[in-house]
Design a protein around this ligand. Sequence first.
Ligand SMILES: Nc1ncnc2c1ncn2[C@@H]1O[C@H](COP(=O)(O)OP(=O)(O)OP(=O)(O)O)[C@@H](O)[C@H]1O
Ligand SMILES: [Mg+2]
Length: 241
Amino acid sequence: MGVRKSREEWKIYGNVFDEFTREVIFRLASQGFFDELKSAIALGKEANIFTATAGRQAESAEQVIVKIYRLENCNFKKMYDYLRHDPRYMSTKPSKRAIVFAWCQREYRNLLLAREAVRVPTPLAFKSNVIVMSLVGDPLTGETAPMLKDQTPENPAVFCQLLLDDIRSLWKAGLVHGDLSAFNVLNDDGKPVMIDFSQSSPTAAPNARALLQRDLENLAAHFKKLGIIIDVEKEMKRIVK
Ligand SMILES: Nc1ncnc2c1ncn2[C@@H]1O[C@H](COP(=O)(O)OP(=O)(O)OP(=O)(O)O)[C@@H](O)[C@H]1O
Ligand SMILES: [Mg+2]
C-alpha cells in the first residue's frame, strides 16, 4: 500500500475534477476507503469510473471501484424526473447538486438492498457525488469483468436464465433495476452481475412495472441476437406474481 496522498497531491487530478470533488475524493481516501485512483476505466453519461488501490479499511490488497458523478454535464432533468417517481426521493430539491447527491446516495442504498437478494458490487462508502464499491472481475489485478455487450457468454441460454432469476429475486426484494441493458450486465466468468443501480426504484414506485417491462424488452432485444427468445409478457407475470 502506498503512502497516503496529501491534499496537495490530489490536486494533480485538478484537470479532471473540480475543487469540490477533489475534496470529496481526499476525504474518502483519508478515511481509508481507498488509497489512490489507479486507472480510468469508463467515462459514462453521468460518471467517471476508476479502479483504486485498497485503503486501510480494506481487509486485503484488493482493488475497488470509485465512481465519481460529475457535478456538471449530467442530464439533470432526466435524473430529477426519475427521482420524483421514487417515494424515497420525491422531495429532492431541484438544484443540480441536490440531484447528483441524491442520485449517488440512491445508488449506494439500492446496492445495499440488492445485495440481500442477488450478487452485485458491495457498496463500501459514499459521500456527496462519489461512491466506492467492490470490483467485479479480478480485484487483485484490477481487471474488471467485461460487459455482456463485449463478451457473449459461452452458454447464452444459461446466462439469460440466471439473469432473469436475478431480476425476479431483485423484484422480490423490492427493487427494479430500471436501466438494464447489455452495458449494465457484466459477464463474470459466465455469471451475470448487474451494475449501475442509480436508476433503480422500489417496486412500490408508480412506474416500477413500466421500468421492469422496459428492462425485459431491452434484454429480449439483446438476447434475440444470440438466438434466445425472452417472452416478455410471460416473464413479467412470473416476476411480479
Ligand atoms: N463494480 C464494478 N466492477 C467492475 N466494473 C465496473 C464496476 N462498476 C462499473 N464498472 C465498469 O464501468 C462501466 C461504467 O459503470 P456504470 O455503468 O456504473 O456507470 P455509467 O454507465 O457511467 O453510469 P451512468 O449511466 O449512471 O452515468 C461499466 O460498464 C463497467 O464496465
Ligand atoms: Mg452503465
